[in-house]
Design a protein around this ligand. Structure first.
Ligand code: BGC
Length: 959
């Protein structure tokens, strides 16, 4: 039968349809799947780092695509020495070929050895279970000077004081200015600057500032290491005459205090490394392959007779605009009154390319109000306790002096409250040159402040004349956290300001008084909470180096590192941060290198402590106790009540035990099984001795039954089997009855409090502690006007001799609890780098929603739940190449839908098990929208103990 016209058309269109489907299928099967993409390439945890000296850098990337459950099967990395080569898929430095491996983070470069100065251009493609990606967009990293012989430059400066410098007590040093003119005959194809100016530098070429870093380079113990920065300065150079100028400030190189300050509390002098000095090397490459190298040497000129009359981190900066030297960093300036720079002794530390971020102005705040509590004295309120400085616009006569003084709190009469600033002068002085509108901000100091006192200002200052420059290490904000509770949100905001305000190339305790030191104890668990908020990997990896550098020959580790104060107290709790933070870097970022790098020095410290102080497996060394626990009366700093104070020997021994368990894990990670066994054997002996000495089996109490004593015992797995619940009951009883549902711990106990309470089924009590508004609590701080976190629970009434309003140590594990428990984003036990995520939302009465996100090394993780009377909705995002174990509050999986469909009917959602009040699934990457009808609202009270109970505590759970 002949087909009709209509029929024929139908057949043709059917054939065409089949054909086009076939074409699509063939195309899909044969070509890279357009949908799978590789992006966010990072080298050493940064995008396109410039000037690194790591010879086997870690490379990481993220994968994206619409299908759910994307896992990487293989990767192919190309690293080329030029963009052209990379474009031609020629990996002359490294062509990994397709490697059957599912790692998409921390893949170590494994190509030809990386030479100084080269730029490495790289890209990646991956094979996944959903097809292959195309090549990623290219990324790059630049090698700095890998070989110390690459340095031809010499350290220059003038090792002497200038008129006006004060070398004793509260030191004052004018900034040093260095300059050098040079010729650049041809157009440069590439020009690179390597520079370290100690303590701090600012560099200019032809009047233009190089880079947007401030207070650079990062601080170290300069007798051990010195960091330099690398810049691309190609665009700065003119053909013909050029000038490079560098200003040097003191930073931590020239000491802020020379003698012991015997006011209370007595403070040691700060370490002195000498007068400011600089090393600089500029390499200019030309088309014809030639290179001009310009170095710091004695052909440079120097003066200290410029506008920065004095700078001291504690005391402030003094600037006289009349002494400005217009054109000093441009060619043609008359420098006949300058002196020749001298070759000076190099700092003892080795020169290293700085990997951690420099400080930058990260935000600008406008003041909220200006008041005049006394005639001619104006007070600016920034509305926020911030760290940085004030920039100022001013008009007046030459010689008029404006004085700015900084404080965190006001007296009742509206003037500055200075008592808690102690002996820091915190004063910037600007002398006008009298030429129209002048603009000024300091170069080499910063302050911690909310209020600024302005005196000597010509005319009446308005808020428009000033800006607050907020500074901290340039690091990406990786976390977002919000709940239905405004107080929790405000606490988070205060913490955010406090954490970033105390990042200065090292995590400092406070930014305002004559201290500003990187105290080890303050950041142990804190570093973990912070790692959700900021990409702090490189900062903390650097800090571990600082700690190792501060270790004495005999193994002793101080409480402050870099050791600008020599606090070698042989204390257990503070130096423990060394191991705890190495563990954090491994867990959060999947980077085991810090563990491997510092393992020997960690062991040395532990051996030193054991050899010198341990008796019958008891470690008595403790100096600070449970530092800054809420005292019995409001004006005190430290409690004098023996019933409140936790036994130091208990703290010393429990921490020693915890460290042994960490070393056991660290040894196992490196396949050092014998050593691991030795640590484990020792740990068992310490545990026995500990329980014999401190545990009362009748009462299930440790020592004098403080919350901290019981909590650390429980959280470090020291409690004899079968007694955990009873010990926990003591924690709850004490908290509820003796402290009326309030925190009773200081810096030590607070690090495990919120998680400990939640793991044992009392997240309701944790929530109560988190949302209390009366003393002692974070809410109390906020009720009393805090915009950051205080050093003391009673920071409004406590003795001002140690009472900072911007300290983060009392946050303990609060931020960890926010993200891991309320937000439900944590590494699954035994995993690292979020390859497998555990998502277990801790619902608590009082919260109706929590929205959390965290940009992990594998990619963005999101978790947003909300609940009503009869439903629980939970939207989650799991990044590609990782998966999540999710625990949904429901009695039965039948109650649960995902994107409107029954969960059991949805592919890729694997049912794992039922738990009391929970249904547990495993999901691959992708976005999910779960909804549960009618839930058991108390689901969290009954989190069963054996379900990953104390998972975070069991440090051996890592494989
Ligand atoms: C610091 C604390 C530190 C403590 C230890 C204080 O002055 O500010 O953060 O941990 O001393 O002694």
């Amino acid at each position: 039968m002949k087909p009709t016209e209509k029929g024929r058309n139908k057949v043709i269109s059917k054939v065409m349809r089949i054909y086009s489907i076939a074409v699509i299928v063939i195309f899909w099967a044969c070509s890279p799947q357009a949908d799978i993409e590789v992006n966010h390439l990072r080298c050493e945890f940064q995008e396109n780092p410039f000037g690194i000296d790591v010879v086997q850098p870690f490379l990481s990337w993220e994968i994206s695509g619409t299908p759910r459950g994307i896992t990487q099967k293989a990767y192919h990395i190309l690293v080329a020495s030029s963009m052209e080569k990379l474009n031609h898929n020629e990996g002359d430095l490294w062509d990994s070929r397709m490697v059957n491996d599912d790692s998409s983070i921390n893949v170590a470069y494994n190509g030809t050895s990386l030479k100084s100065r080269i730029t490495c251009y790289w890209k990646v493609k991956v094979k996944t279970n959903h097809g292959e990606s195309g090549w990623s967009q290219p990324a790059q990293w630049r090698m700095a000077l890998v070989d110390k012989n690459d340095w031809q430059a010499q350290w220059i400066g003038l090792d002497k004081s200038f008129p006006g410098d004060v070398l004793k007590e509260k030191t004052r040093l004018a900034a040093r200015y260095l300059r050098k003119e040079f010729k650049n005959e041809k157009k440069a194809t590439k020009a690179t600057l390597y520079i370290s100016g100690l303590g701090l530098y600012e560099a200019f070429i032809n009047g233009k500032r190089i880079g947007d870093q401030v207070l650079a380079p990062t601080p170290t113990d300069y007798s051990k290491s010195v960091k330099y920065n690398t810049f691309d300065i190609t665009d700065f150079l003119a053909v013909g005459d050029n000038t490079i100028g560098v200003t040097l400030g003191n930073g931590r190189f020239f000491n802020m205090r020379t003698i012991e300050d015997n006011s209370y509390p007595p403070l040691p002098p700060t370490q002195n490394y000498g007068f400011p000095k600089m090393i600089l090397q500029m390499e200019i490459d030309y088309d014809d392959g030639s290179r001009q190298t310009l170095v710091s040497d004695d052909s440079w000129k120097i003066t200290a007779d410029g506008p920065i009359l004095a700078n001291n981190e504690y005391d402030g900066e003094e600037y006289d605009a009349r002494k400005e030297m217009p054109g000093w960093d441009n060619p043609g300036f008359n420098d006949t009154r300058w002196m020749p720079a001298e070759l000076v002794e190099a700092p003892k530390g080795t020169l290293q390319a700085q990997l951690n971020a420099n400080i930058k102005i990260m935000e600008t705040l406008s003041p909220e109000t200006v008041t005049e509590p006394k005639p001619g004295m104006y007070i600016l309120d920034m509305g926020q306790n911030m760290v940085g400085w004030l920039s100022m616009k001013v008009k007046g006569k030459a010689g008029e002096k404006v004085k700015l003084r900084f404080a965190e709190v006001l007296n009742e009469d509206g003037t500055l409250y200075m008592a808690n600033i102690r002996n820091a002068l915190v004063t910037d002085i600007y002398t006008l040159k009298g030429e129209g509108e002048e603009y000024w901000e300091p170069s080499f100091v910063y302050h911690g402040f909310r209020y600024v006192e302005i005196t000597g200002y010509p005319g009446i200052p308005t808020i428009d004349d000033f800006e607050g420059k907020v500074i901290y290490d340039e690091m990406e904000t990786t976390g977002h956290f919000e709940t239905s509770d405004n107080l929790i949100n405000q606490i988070y905001k205060n913490a955010y300001w406090g954490i970033r305000g105390n990042y200065r190339g090292m995590p400092t305790d406070c930014p305002q008084r004559d201290e500003r030191m990187a105290w080890l104890g303050d950041r142990a668990t804190g570093s973990l909470g912070e790692s959700f908020v900021f990409n702090n990997h490189n900062l903390y990896a650097k800090w571990l180096d600082d700690i190792e550098e501060s270790q004495l020959e005999n193994g002793s580790i101080p409480d402050v590192a870099p050791a600008y104060w020599k606090n070698y107290n042989d204390n257990m709790t503070w130096p423990a941060a060394y191991l705890i933070i190495a563990d954090m870097l491994y867990n959060q970022y999947g980077d085991a290198r810090p563990i491997v790098k510092h393992y020997e020095s960690m062991k040395k410290w532990m051996k030193f402590m054991a050899d010198n102080f341990m008796e019958d497996y008891i470690m008595p060394r403790d100096l600070y106790g449970d530092w800054c626990m809420p005292p019995e009366s409001p004006e005190m700093i430290h409690s004098a009540d023996p019933a409140r104070k936790t036994d130091g020997t208990l703290l010393g021994t429990s921490f020693y035990y915890h460290m042994l368990r960490l070393l056991e894990k660290f040894a196992q990670l490196q396949d050092k099984n014998d050593e691991s066994k030795q640590f484990s054997d020792q740990a068992i002996l310490v545990k026995d001795a500990y329980n014999n000495r401190f545990f009362n089996k009748e009462t299930a109490q440790y020592s004098n039954n403080t919350v901290t004593a019981n909590l650390v015992s429980l959280c470090f797995n020291l409690v004899p089997e079968g007694y955990e619940e009873k010990v926990f009951e003591n924690i709850v009883y004490k908290t509820q009855h003796d402290f009326n549902g309030h925190v009773s711990t200081g810096l030590v106990g607070i690090q495990w409090l919120m998680r400990g309470l939640s793991e044992y089924g009392r997240s309701d009590l944790a929530f109560q502690i988190a949302t209390n508004r009366d003393y002692p609590s974070w809410g109390y701080m906020i009720e009393r006007g805090a915009t950051t976190i205080w050093e003391l629970w009673n920071g409004d009434t406590g003795d001002p001799t140690m009472n900072s309003q911007n300290h983060v140590m009392l946050l303990g594990d609060l931020i960890v609890w926010f993200y891991e428990y309320l937000g439900a984003i944590q590494n699954a036990p035994g995993n690292c780098g979020f390859k497998k995520i555990e998502m277990h939302p801790y619902d608590v009465d009082g919260l109706t929603y929590v929205t959390a996100s965290y940009h992990s090394t594998h990619g963005l993780i999101k978790s947003a739940w909300k609940k009503s009377e009869d439903s629980f909705e939970w939207n989650i995002t799991v990044p590609a190449n990782s998966k999540a174990v999710i625990s949904i509050p429901a009695k039965d999986k039948k109650q649960i839908t995902e994107s409107g469909k029954k969960v059991s009917a949805t592919q890729g959602i694997k049912f794992l098990r039922n738990e009391t009040g929970r249904v547990v699934f495993e999901v691959g990457s992708g976005d999910y929208e779960f909804k549960v009808k009618l839930i058991n609202t108390n689901f969290d009270r009954v989190r069963v103990l054996n379900y990953s109970a104390v998972s975070y505590l069991s440090v051996l759970d890592f494989k």
